[in-house]
Design a protein around this ligand. Structure first.
Ligand code: H79
Length: 601
């Protein structure tokens, strides 16, 4: 029963997202919805230009930091009440301890601003039901703590002063504190619950308070829909719109409604998306403060994550989990400020741009403004020749954004070659500006992946391949720690020799290359035979097991080297993968890695 309920919840949140992406992948391999929505709804304009926001998970769970009765709960710390099945009476007592005396709204906003973030979204009420604001609807709120201040009010003042948009996270259905709220089956009996009455008596009135008492809001970040029909959800949105017509609502309001798309937690869709969207990531693994979670991303990782998201047309909202004393973990502050330093220099290539019109290259990705193409160089080709295909406009000038230094370049039809210096200005991402005249088209966005010996390895994500037979290319979600989701896109369902995956690739230079498959394969599917074909050569291999996965065990990947080839002529080539025999799913293939092999004779 418990497992069933878990499954239901997972499906509730993941299915609509998965189906949405799948349908789009099938359509074209790229998500290409009309851009007219942007013109019809210019109220999303600020959001689409903003690119980088700060997410803050802060609540009573921050006091526990993942520890209850001496036990450490690894995973998302804001779920501790659910995980440890803490009774409402016990959990409510935490309110008597909540006193974040070091909280300083101006300081938080200053950090966000210096990080180059344009909006802040903070948890007004998470699933534990505790309101982090002055609520007349329920006493289970921050005014009934020793702190006795409204941090959301203080943040709204600081944000307005600093021209930062403010948004509130509000969990509209789950509420472990309330007999009629979703999710708490350890204090309350599920079948006795009246979700509608919960919406009427707490959820909707609190949303109204948030929209009425904190000045103009950028957005409400709804999470975990449930309990309402499409019509009822629309009615909720209409009510909210009457209070603040310009406030945006996240797609997790449910039923495909909302003003911008959010995918899964920590998910970046595999392709460009042309309508407003946002990826949410947390700085370490947990959303709320977790004492023993030190898996913080480095500034360089954040810069690259942000760049990749922006090159697909989206925003990154990066989360931090402040402690119960009101301070943001030092690791997060240092990282945010470093990213901000990079953005101060390179922000022109991020803010106000649109998705990159050129297929991702081994060196990096692109973003675009009407007269400028930005090359985000994350890896330097060994010979210093940066090759940019698909430049179907007239190039005027090429220079480094960081130091304005002009670069030597040549354009041969649609191929631009830029000569790079020996050392790039920035290890994480050196931005090159290509000034052009004309109108660049994105005809090269789906171009074949380039394999070049100028890079130690070239990644061929499966999204770039064509599935045949029953092969599917689909996003896969799995759990890392409890409540910590990971997402990837894999080729699946390859069960017979006619289910194949075909890559069109372009070898930039002749040479020798090693081909590696990165895949996941449960024990019972392992030891099946697969075949990789390239340039008329056949390479057989047997699959290895990476273990089974489920809601509590992560999907693991292995890299298996299966082929060694000699490419005699630069140009297009196909790589085909298929099962040798009829059987179970061969594997879940995430990508092919091609490594140049250098022989010294
Ligand atoms: O606020 C953060 C998370 O707490 C929240 N979204 C981000 C921004 C979130 N709430 N729920 N979920 C994400 C997805 C929950 C999935 C579940 Fe489960 C699957 C709930 C029950 C089954 C994870 C796995 C939690 C318990 C088992």
């Amino acid at each position: 029963m418990k497992n069933l309920k878990q499954l239901f919840l997972i499906l509730a949140i993941l299915f609509p997202i998965g189906t949405y992406i799948n349908a789009q992948y099938k359509a074209k391999g790229i998500i290409d919805k009309t851009t007219s929505k942007q013109q019809e709804t210019p109220k999303t304009q600020w959001f689409q230009n903003a690119k980088f926001g700060l997410f803050i998970h802060w609540g009573l769970y921050s006091i526990l930091g993942g520890e209850w009765n001496g036990k450490r709960y690894y995973g998302s710390s804001e779920w501790i009440m659910n995980r440890a099945k803490i009774p409402v009476v016990e959990y409510s007592k935490l309110a008597q301890q909540f006193n974040p005396v070091k909280f300083n709204a101006a300081e938080w906003v200053k950090i966000a601003k210096e990080a180059g973030m344009k909006y802040i979204v903070i948890t007004a009420k998470h699933h534990d039901g505790f309101a982090m604001f002055d609520s007349k609807v329920s006493d289970f709120n921050i005014m009934h703590t020793p702190f006795h201040r409204d941090p959301l009010k203080e943040l709204s003042v600081a944000c307005q002063k600093n021209n930062i948009k403010l948004g509130f996270y509000y969990s509209q259905f789950l509420d472990w504190h309330e007999p009629n709220g979703g999710g708490n089956d350890w204090d309350f009996v599920e079948k006795n619950k009246d979700y509608k009455s919960y919406y009427q008596s707490k959820s909707i009135p609190q949303i109204k308070e948030l929209l009425s008492n904190y000045g103009p809001l950028g957005l409400i970040w709804f999470d975990m829909p449930g309990g309402l029909s499409k019509e009822e959800t629309q009615a909720l949105i209409d009510t909210a719109r009457r209070l603040q017509p310009n406030c945006l609502f996240s797609s997790r309001v449910g039923h495909g409604l909302g003003d911008f798309l959010d995918f899964g937690d920590s998910e970046v869709p595999a392709t460009v998306i042309k309508e407003p969207w946002e990826a949410i990531f947390t700085h370490n693994d947990s959303w709320g403060y977790l004492k023993f979670d030190f898996n913080f991303k480095t500034p360089s990782e954040i810069i690259r994550l942000l760049t990749n998201i922006v090159s697909k047309g989206g925003n990154l909202m990066l989360n931090v989990g402040p402690k119960a004393d009101g301070t943001i973990p030092e690791e997060s502050i240092k990282c945010l400020l470093s990213v901000g330093k990079w953005l101060k220099i390179n922000g022109k290539a991020i803010y106000g741009t649109t998705y990159g019109p050129i297929a991702p290259q081994p060196w990096g990705v692109t973003t675009l403004k009407p007269d400028k193409l930005f090359l985000h160089v994350m890896l330097r080709p060994k010979n210093g020749d940066l090759i940019v295909p698909g430049v179907n406009v007239k190039v005027k000038k090429v220079w480094f954004l960081s130091n304005m230094k002009s670069l030597n370049w040549k354009q041969n039809q649609q191929m631009l070659k830029v000569k790079l210096p020996l050392v790039l200005p920035d290890d994480a991402n050196s931005v090159i500006v290509v000034e052009y005249t004309g109108k660049i088209s994105d005809s090269y966005i789906d171009a074949p992946s380039v394999i070049s010996p100028q890079f130690n390895e070239c990644n061929l994500d499966v999204i770039k391949a064509k599935p045949t037979g029953n092969t599917k290319i689909e996003p896969i979600t799995y759990s890392f720690y409890f409540g910590v989701w990971k997402h990837t896109t894999c080729a699946t369902m390859m069960q017979s020799p006619s289910d194949s995956l075909i890559y069109n690739v372009e070898f930039a230079e002749p040479g020798d290359y090693k081909i590696i498959l990165e895949y996941s394969c449960p024990i019972e599917n392992s030891k099946q035979e697969g075949l990789l074909q390239v340039g008329g050569q056949k390479f057989y291999f047997e699959t290895l097991s990476t273990g089974n996965y489920d809601v509590s065990r992560p999907l693991m990947f292995i890299q298996q080297s299966v082929a060694m080839i000699t490419v005699r002529k630069a140009g297009l080539q196909t790589i085909k993968i298929s099962p040798v025999n009829e059987g179970k799913e061969l594997f879940k293939l995430r990508r092919i890695i091609v490594k140049p092999v250098e022989y010294k004779f």
